[in-house]
Structure formats: structure tokens, C-alpha cells
Design a protein around this ligand. Structure first.
Ligand code: SF4
Ligand code: SF4
Length: 441
């Protein structure tokens, strides 16, 4: 068969407000802007019939970025191979809960706070486990999670110092992120965390003043907004590279207040691109207040996420880098679906998912003091094989390389529907926003 250059099945395209286009390919991760003039060349080149030769620089750029592929390529095989690469044993991701206690009691929280701080036996077990794995690892990513992880700062310190030393000795790429409510994140604490390679943060702010305080108050009921914002303002003075996502969980009650929060954040952080916003709807995540939560309908949530993001960008405040990151190959796959990823509870219980901590199907093993893992591979298999391998719609989806049918295996298990991420469902709008955000830089 004669070779032709045809459009990739993993392309998505969006118009920009200046009459150009943004092209995205979920297999290569390329996101490329073409001006109105270039568009005249791009659109005909992407016709289904394809083109026999690459005639000009634009067509070469389309080919080099994966927007055009050779007609002899089996793209579904490419995606399948990418999915199989999740089984690489030299890459490991651990989600660690140095404590499962929290100083906040957020209205929508699903955690039960029955288990406190990680004890020395589990800390020793983790150090030994990573030491023993080190010889075969090329990369280790740690997500610090909780409870509120900063309550157990000493545990983070002890484990970080150990992991830093092991990864340095063994030439392992070591990276970390941390999810915190921000209350204990003083400038000093922040600088310590940076020194331990923890430089990606997610901090939730749900509104200005009382709106936030009402939803995200201290265990005893005290206010938290001023402390969190003052911490963020102090952090802004720190030099260097880090990335802070300010996450806003919205519901029917807080939606009318969202613009005030955008204005507030713009006034304080718009001049610093290290801070970006991420809007997400509050869900019934399994907490005791679920029945009373004024959650938005799915249609409304889908629409509002991007309207609010658009408003923030228009006001000059950055969109979280997490949104673009999530479009990259394999990046929309939840850690629960990855074979070499584990969640470690403060008592050494091993899980796959960070949400369903009390469900038996999520309790996949234990870590012991000597570093040995006791694992239930049948349970693990149920988390890592429920995506594109069996779902034919996922196999044909343009977003398959990014998501692999595995954006949220828990959603698929509980609801029985495909867990398509918000980004995929509104890809045209998202690509337009990525372009808009990039021209603000
Ligand atoms: S399976 Fe779903 S709920 Fe669980 S951690 Fe992944 S995305 Fe979150
Ligand atoms: S879950 Fe949705 S976005 Fe993910 S691969 Fe399947 S159809 Fe595509």
C-alpha cells in the first residue's frame, strides 16, 4: 500500500479568539498554536484523504508533532503499547499519609480521622522498602497526602531526608507534591519542604473570608481564611521555582461568590505565575454530610468549571498548570490504576485509591517494619485492568493515550460508567483556555 500522511486519530482542534487554531495530540502531548494565516495551510492538510508528501514546513511540523502520521502506522497499537508501559518496574509512585488526622473539619470531607500519625515501625518499613527497591529504580515520585500532612512535619522530615539520600546515592530522579489545607504552611515550613524536593502544592481556598471559613473551619470551629492567605502571601516572597495550585471546590451555594474570590486572588497573586487556579465541583465523596451538600448537577459543574477558569484568565490570574499537564500521555490515568503505585496509610495499610479508605476492595496489603510488602494481587488487578483493555469505546477515543479509560477506576466501579475527565469532555474549550492563558504569560 502506498504511504500517505493522514491525520492522527488522537488529534483535537480548537479555534482561538484571534481566528487561529490550537491543535492537540494526546499521544505525543503536543499542543501547538497556528495563526490565522498558517491555519489556511493546516486545515486542508488534516483532511481525511491525507497527503502523499510533506510539501512545506507546516506539514513537516504537523508530522513531527504527531498531528499527521504515516498511513502504515497502527495508532491503536501505539496506544496499547503506551498503556503497557505502565508496567515498567523502574518507576514508582507512593502516596504517603504521614498522618490521617486533620486540624480542619471541612463540610464535604470524606475522611474519618480514626488513625493518627505514622508510627516509627511504618517509617522504618518505608525507608527499608525504598532502600531495597533503589537498585532497580530510575524515578521515584512521592505524593504527601493526609489527613493534613503538615501536622506530621517530623515524619515528612525523617522520610524526606532518607529518600533524598537513597535517591542521590542511586542516581534516581526524585520528585514530590503535597496536598495541604495551607494553615501550617508558613514561609519557614515552605522553605524546608522545597529543600526536600517538594515543590508542587495544592491548597484549597473555597471563597473569600466567611465563605471559606464556613466550609473549611478548624476542628473546634475557628476561622482559617486569613491564616491560609497570609501564608500564601509570605510564600510569594520566596525565590525559586515551585508551583502552587489554588483549588476551589464550588457548589450551588458558593457559585455566586466565585467572582469575588477571583478578584481577590487576582489582586494578590496575578503578578506571580507560580500560582494558578483550579476549579472543581464539590461531590458527594462519602462524608457524613453528603446528604446535605448543595452539589451542582453534572451538566452545571461541567459548564461552570470552564466558565470560572475563563473568567480568572481574563482577569489576569493564571490557570493551574495541572490542567495542561493532565493532557499529556498517561497523565490523566489515576494512580489507583497504575501497577507500581501504592497509597500508604499512617498505620501501614496499603490502598490503591485515596478516597474509598474504608472499603475492603481498596485494602490491598500491608507494609511491615522490615520493608516487606504483603500484597493482594487479585485486588490490585481489579484496579489496574478495568480501563481500555476491556472498554471498546475507550479504545477508539481520541483522548485514549492520556486517559487509557482509567481516569477514575473507582467511578467506573461504583457508577458503572466511563470516567471521562472534565478536560476531555470540554476539550475545545480547554484548548482555547490553554492558548488564552499562554498569551497572558
Ligand atoms: S480512583 Fe478515583 S477517587 Fe480514587 S484516587 Fe483515583 S481518581 Fe480519586
Ligand atoms: S474514560 Fe472517557 S476519556 Fe478516558 S479513554 Fe475512555 S472514553 Fe476516553
Amino acid at each position: 500500500m502506498k504511504n500517505k500522511y493522514v491525520p492522527s486519530r488522537f488529534n483535537a482542534l480548537s479555534q482561538t479568539d484571534d481566528n487561529g487554531v490550537v491543535l492537540y495530540n494526546s499521544y505525543t502531548g503536543a499542543i501547538t498554536y497556528f495563526s490565522e494565516e498558517e491555519k489556511q495551510e493546516v486545515l486542508p492538510s488534516l483532511k481525511r484523504a491525507g497527503t502523499d508528501i510533506l510539501e512545506n514546513e507546516i506539514q513537516e511540523a504537523l508530522y513531527n508533532n504527531g498531528f499527521l502520521v504515516s498511513s502504515t502506522v497502527d495508532e491503536k497499537k501505539r496506544a496499547q503499547f503506551l498503556h503497557q508501559s505502565q508496567h515498567r518496574t523502574d518507576m514508582m509512585h507512593l502516596v504517603l499519609m504521614p498522618t490521617e488526622a486533620c486540624n480542619f473539619r471541612c463540610t464535604y470531607c470524606y475522611e474519618t480521622f480514626e488513625r493518627g500519625k505514622m508510627n516509627q515501625k511504618i517509617i522504618n518499613g518505608l525507608k527499608t522498602f525504598v532502600q531495597e527497591k533503589a537498585a532497580t529504580l530510575s524515578s521515584l515520585h512521592i505524593s504527601w497526602f493526609g489527613g493534613e500532612p503538615l501536622i506530621a512535619f517530623d515524619v515528612i522530615k525523617e522520610l524526606s531526608e532518607s529518600f533524598l539520600s537513597i535517591t542521590k546515592e542511586n542516581n534516581i530522579d526524585y520528585s514530590c507534591d503535597l496536598v495541604t489545607n495551607g494553615y501550617l504552611l508558613t514561609k519557614d515550613v515552605f522553605q524546608q519542604l522545597l529543600s526536600w524536593n517538594i515543590n508542587q502544592f495544592m491548597i484549597t481556598v473555597d471563597g473569600v473570608g466567611e465563605v471559606h471559613d464556613h466550609r473549611r473551619h478548624l476542628t473546634g470551629g475557628g476561622k482559617t481564611f486569613d491564616t491560609v492567605i497570609n501564608n500564601l502571601l509570605a510564600i510569594k516572597e520566596v525565590q525559586g521555582s515551585f508551583d502552587i495550585t489554588i483549588r476551589t471546590n464550588f457548589d450551588e451555594d458558593t457559585l455566586p461568590e466565585a467572582s469575588k474570590l477571583t478578584q481577590f486572588l487576582k489582586n494578590h497573586f496575578a503578578d506571580d505565575r507560580r500560582f494558578g487556579i483550579l476549579f472543581r465541583p464539590v461531590g458527594k465523596w462519602g462524608g457524613k454530610n453528603d446528604d446535605d451538600l448543595p452539589v451542582c448537577s453534572r451538566t452545571m459543574a461541567n459548564k461552570k468549571i470552564w466558565e470560572l477558569t475563563d473568567e480568572a484568565i481574563t482577569e489576569g490570574f493564571s490557570m493551574s498548570s495541572m490542567i495542561t499537564d493532565t493532557l499529556m500521555p498517561s497523565a490523566s490515568v489515576c494512580y489507583a490504576a497504575k501497577p507500581h503505585s501504592l497509597v500508604v496509610g499512617s498505620d501501614g495499610q496499603l490502598y490503591k485509591c485515596t478516597l474509598s479508605l474504608n472499603e475492603e476492595f481498596n485494602k490491598v496489603g500491608k507494609i511491615h517494619e522490615d520493608g516487606n510488602l504483603e500484597l493482594d494481587y487479585d485486588k490490585i488487578a481489579s484496579w489496574v485492568t478495568s480501563g481500555e483493555e476491556t472498554d471498546e469505546v475507550c479504545q477508539s477515543c481520541f483522548y485514549r493515550p492520556a486517559c487509557q479509560g482509567n481516569h477514575c477506576p473507582l467511578f467506573r466501579r461504583r457508577i458503572g460508567e466511563r470516567p471521562c475527565p472534565y478536560e476531555k469532555r470540554n476539550i475545545k474549550k480547554v484548548l482555547n483556555l490553554i492558548w488564552k492563558n499562554s498569551i497572558q504569560s
